[in-house]
Design a binder for this molecule. Structure first.
Ligand code: AMP
Ligand code: MG
Length: 491
């Protein structure tokens, strides 16, 4: 077997069903080759679960594939077209620096998009160079894998290669390509793109494809397109509640960055909150705080309204009826989200069922956390292990009273204290990818070519609910600083 065969065969089992869609939705083209690809990080476990030969792909052969220099067997690369509301404004977009290689069919029969990001210009690049820098691609790798560890639906990261080319941003940076694995790259923006073209036939084909790929049981419903809308809303309600429970701030919840699969997608300026404050914004471009932590549920509902609008021609032949169906479906988001949020927050407090007063019990705690600038993650860990000395709330009379109320509430349930504590341990992570730790990992990798910090960090993030001694160093909040943490759009 020649060298080329080895890496192209390596367990690839690609299909290209996206090519069945109207060709206005994509452009077929190959990645632009890079001079000296080097594989700097590779997700061995993910490769195995995809049915790939991790050994064959973990060196130079992997570098050739994950840079786009060699195509895996069965790949038919394309860049997807889509639109999106960016900070509220409609724009025509598309993969400006990404190539979908195909859909890998795993040994268990699941289908995952394999996409290169930073792999060269496409017709949708606008003024962009089609490339990506090493720091942001590693950042996506670390945070998406941390989300996976936390049990939050997410796209995943299979590999990062450096390209040997520089990219010019504010400074000159090392170029890199990320391999992203996703249930699909269908976005709210994909539907907005087709809806703009006003061809119901294309819309129906796209909706049928989405149903087949993500919501197959909707096909047998009385109104499959309404069911699609309702199911997308359900998944988003669950997803956003999980973000809120973990203190995750996406940072750029534009409609092109909302996946119809219900996975978190597009890790640009995202970051986790340290001290609890609903107004937290990290993104340097989010001047109005549109995508602040506390706004995320509202922004999700806004995006889902845009999705619902695209589906109107399919919902009902009479527009007034279609609008009513869409409005009813979207209005379900808020109660669904509330329910997920409440149940999730109660589990973080070791409470199994929901009583009338429970919402205020949670809100009282959050209010105290905000007023005292308590660390969000560590407060819940302190409650889990009854180490109240470890929280900024320690010694406050108000907090003492709250603790008594909470303990009385736990005692009222049929489950034992031990069961309650186990629930808390399973729902309150010991660690999250804190900004200062992410920066430290990136600095070692980018400045010193030292990936050991990243590897150790990723190992600790793999099971954030382990509460093991190796995680202790990552649980330390950043030293107080007068300068707020800022993230940039991940380019
Ligand atoms: P994002 O904010 O990451 O969702 O990106 C918004 C759009 O800009 C997407 O369509 C990207 O493909 C495109 N884009 C971002 N960076 C580049 C780049 N360097 N070259 C070309 N297109 C880009
Ligand atoms: Mg995007």
């Amino acid at each position: 077997m020649t060298k080329k065969n080895r890496e192209t065969q390596a367990g690839w089992n690609l299909e290209n069903t996206y090519l069945q869609l109207p060709d206005t939705l994509y452009t077929c083209l190959n990645p632009t080759p890079v001079p000296t690809p080097r594989l700097v990080i590779f997700n061995h476990n993910l490769a195995v679960s995809l049915g790939l030969d991790a050994h064959a792909l973990s060196g130079n052969d992997g570098a050739a594939i994950f840079s786009g220099n060699h195509l895996p067997e069965g790949a038919q690369p394309l860049a997807q077209a889509y639109a999106g509301h960016q900070f509220g404004h409609f724009t025509i977009l598309g993969d400006g620096r990404a190539h979908l290689l195909g859909e890998q069919i795993t040994p268990s029969g699941d289908r995952f998009d394999i996409q290169l990001k930073g792999s060269g210009q496409t017709p949708y690049s606008r003024r962009g160079d089609g490339r990506a820098a090493l720091g942001p691609m590693l950042r996506e790798y670390i945070i998406s894998e941390a989300m996976w560890g936390l049990g939050i639906p997410t796209t995943r990261s299979l590999a990062v290669v450096t390209t040997g080319e520089s990219v010019i941003r504010e400074t000159i940076l090392a170029g890199a390509i990320l391999t992203r694995v996703a249930a699909s790259h269908l976005r709210v923006g994909t539907f907005e793109y087709v809806a703009r073209r006003r061809t119901s036939e294309e819309l129906r084909i796209l909706a049928d494809y989405t149903i087949q790929r993500h919501y197959p049981s909707a096909a047998s419903s009385d109104n499959p397109y309404l069911k699609l809308l309702q199911e997308v809303i359900k998944r988003q309600a669950d997803l956003i509640a999980r973000w809120q429970q973990a203190g995750f701030i996406h940072g750029v919840m534009n409609t092109d960055n909302m996946a119809l699969s219900g996975e978190t997608i597009d890790y640009g300026p995202c970051a986790f909150m340290d001290t609890y404050n609903p107004n937290t914004v990290f993104s340097s471009i989010d001047h109005q705080g549109r995508y602040a932590y506390g706004n995320q549920p509202y922004m999700a509902a806004w995006n889902l309204s845009r999705f619902a609008e695209t589906l109107l021609p399919l919902l009902h032949p009479e527009i007034s009826q279609a609008v009513r169906l869409a409005q009813d479906a979207v209005s379900e988001f808020s109660p669904l989200y509330e329910r997920h949020w409440l149940n999730g927050m109660l589990a973080k407090l070791g409470i199994f069922n929901c009583e009338e007063e429970d919402k205020s019990l949670i809100n009282e705690l959050l209010k105290m956390m905000q007023e005292n600038e308590a660390d969000y993650t560590n407060t819940f860990v302190a409650l889990t292990f009854e180490k109240n000395l470890d929280t900024a709330l320690n010694g406050k009379t108000e907090f003492q009273q709250w603790l008594e109320k909470w303990q009385a509430r736990r005692e009222r349930q049929t489950q034992s204290k031990n069961e309650s504590q186990q629930l808390m341990q399973a729902k309150n992570p010991a660690i999250i990818p804190r900004n200062h730790q992410v920066e430290a990992a990136l600095e070692a990798a980018v400045e010193k070519d030292d990936y050991s910090v990243t590897h150790r960090f990723l190992a600790a993030l793999e099971n954030p609910y382990a509460h093991c001694p190796e995680q202790a160093e990552y649980a330390v909040p950043p030293a107080p600083s007068g300068i707020p943490y800022r993230t940039f759009c991940g380019t």
